[in-house]
Design a protein around this ligand. Sequence first.
Ligand code: NIG
Ligand code: FE
Length: 417
Amino acid sequence: MLRSNAMDCGESPLPTPDLLLTDLNVATMVEGRSPYGVIEDAALAISGGRIDWIGPRAELPDSSPAEVRSMAGRWLTPALIDCHTHLVFAGNRAAEFEQRLGGASYEEIARAGGGIMSTVNATRAADDDDLLRQTASRLGALRAEGCATVEIKSGYGLNLQAELRLLEVIRKLGSQSDISIVSTFLGAHAIPAEYRGKADAYIDLVCEEMLPAVHENQLADAVDAYCESIAFSADQVARVFEKARALGLPIKLHADQLSDCGGAELAAGFSALSADHLEYTPTKGIDALATAGTVAVLLPGAFLTLGETQHPPVIELRDRNVPIAIATDCNPGTSPVTSLRTTMALATSLFRLTPEECLAGVTRNAARALGLAGDRGTLEPGKRADIAIWDIGHPQELSYWIGRNDLSELIVAGNFP
Ligand code: NIG
Ligand code: FE
């Protein structure tokens, strides 16, 4: 199949695309084509679920598309990607939220047996249908705002059978939905009550029983862990990562969220796809991320909900060219957020990211955080045709409006609804 674009299309004839979209403006988000990789008055051709041609309409080669649609001047961007969520859980923690507003800290609640463990108890008790229904509803909210790829972590099971069940729910959601679901195993999320005071024994279970079973049943696309004083030490996480590496599974890490645990350096040392949170990451951690090419995933929903005052080191990340993604971190404890658009707005006001950085953070860099950069996250020939169509006047509006859904249509793998 012939693929070309505005830079190299020349006089090449375009064969017969399945769908030709015209009369549109596009933010391709291709790196280095600032701002936003904008092409105004553009056209975009799709064949076999992939982008065939994209460029100024005036340069469109002759072709006989099966179908032509005018976009009436709307803006197209890559479909959004939420690269860090904990969507599979039962119940909620609104009561703990009130306790925190009354002065209790997240760590105090966790150490008293609440926090992640209270969601583990509710999730273990929920039946499969209920869990699937609650999760599908949150996934639907993300899709309704333009997400076509969503990462979902396990981590509220914390025993072999319960973790496998959560990963099976994630896979089932993937098979039921038209959008792409990336599954991440987060067995090392918290020390379950049964292992209190025996964190090393729990890590043995994760490494010797859970990870081999997860791998054998192909239930995860990556492995994550929580490195923190209320969860696992760097040495314990390193054991999980050694095992993941031996099984050929990519690595991600909840790093330096509440304190500097050496998380960023640890993640970079394992060439992790991403290190997430990073509020307390010191300069040497940022240098390590830059050297490793690990994506920094910032989570403003958790920052906001926890009333955090320590900002992630955005200026240093930017200076060292560490790719920055942003994500909802949707979870019942620290980020009850089911809107990636709201997350973009929060990232501008709380972290001072530019609207262009926010859009890159939920497209190109989010794809990279999931190991999918070659396949999606920008609009260019050969990429999967996951495309969001917006009723906006400029892409900066995507990080500006709060609570307004400007999505007109979502094209998933070339399928126009
Ligand atoms: O990303 N930090 C650990 N995990 C989640 C919180 C999970 C919870 O509190 O239930 C997070 O913030
Ligand atoms: Fe998280």
